[in-house]
Design a binder for this molecule. Structure first.
Ligand SMILES: Nc1ncnc2c1ncn2[C@@H]1O[C@H](COP(=O)(O)OP(=O)(O)OP(=O)(O)O)[C@@H](O)[C@H]1O
Length: 250
């Protein structure tokens, strides 16, 4: 389906992007990608290495400004916001899980998990209780008082996931969230992540190259070389809920 240039973002879409273009140092990473993510939907962005998944997630969450195109979060035009407003949006409404857990080395596991809650203004007591609850759900409650340096990589990743979920964000961006975990570990962590997302009606945008991980999502948007991979064959095709699998302006 072609998105006409004067179309307003639909009310029931949490995230909506039109005709995104982005280049890294002159090399195109995203070319004319448009998509919509509904409230509470788990959307997988799939594709091989270098297909533009991370760049797309960064544009959607306002970390990167697209060279061209629009990104709307509810009724907020993210692409027009200044740096501070985009930082506030990411702090207050979004959470991000990457494939490498970027924990603060000086803080313990529970302090890392509580940090975004404290930055949002929650009390120390509430933030700690919420952090401990999520660390328990991710099976790392026992290491809550340890610093990242003495944790296993898999434990650090679970802490990073607990930190993201503890904020119950409006949108969770997860970029290969289980990449550093062994297969069985990854399956268990993904189940926890999906259960938490469903029970809290989180909107999730999940970048993955793994078809088994993508199969857990409600819908998948495949990228290849920065473009929607199915441009030629799927344009206008209905998705599982009777809407276009991905709206393209190409
Ligand atoms: N900071 C950067 N500087 C220069 N080129 C970049 C940068 N980030 C990404 N790229 C390039 O942009 C293209 C898309 O990269 P991107 O990381 O978005 O893809 P990806 O699908 O997430 O890949 P991966 O799974 O390897 O992370 C690739 O060609 C990549 O080399």
């Amino acid at each position: 389906m072609v998105v006409p240039p004067d179309t307003a973002p639909p009310d029931n879409d949490a995230l909506w992007a039109r005709s995104l273009h982005h280049s890294h140092e002159g090399s195109p990473a995203l070319v004319d990608v448009s998509l919509a993510v509904r409230e509470g939907e788990i959307l997988a962005v799939t594709g091989p290495r270098g297909s533009g998944k991370t760049t797309l997630l960064n544009c959607l969450c306002g970390h990167l400004l697209p060279d061209d195109g629009e990104v709307w979060f509810n009724s907020v035009p993210v692409h027009t916001l200044g740096t501070l407003a985009r930082e506030r949006l990411r702090r207050d409404r979004f959470a991000w899980i990457s494939s490498s857990p970027d924990l603060v080395p000086e803080l313990t596991a529970w302090e890392n998990t509580a940090l975004p809650l404290l930055l949002r203004g929650e009390s120390h007591r509430t933030a700690k209780a919420t952090a401990m609850e999520w660390l328990d759900r991710l099976d790392v409650g026992a290491v809550a008082r340890r610093r990242p340096a003495v944790l296993l990589q898999a434990e650090r990743q679970r802490v990073a996931i607990a930190r993201a979920l503890a904020t119950t964000p409006s949108v969770l961006f997860a970029d290969e969230p289980t990449a550093p975990l062994h297969r069985a570990d990854a399956a268990q962590v993904l189940r926890t992540l999906m259960t938490a997302a469903r029970s809290h009606s989180l909107t999730v945008v999940l970048a993955t190259h793994d078809p088994e991980v993508a199969a857990l999502a409600d819908r998948a948007v495949p990228l290849l070389d920065g473009r929607h991979a199915a441009t030629a064959t799927l344009s206008g095709a209905a998705g599982p809920e009777g809407r276009p699998a991905c709206s393209l302006s190409a």
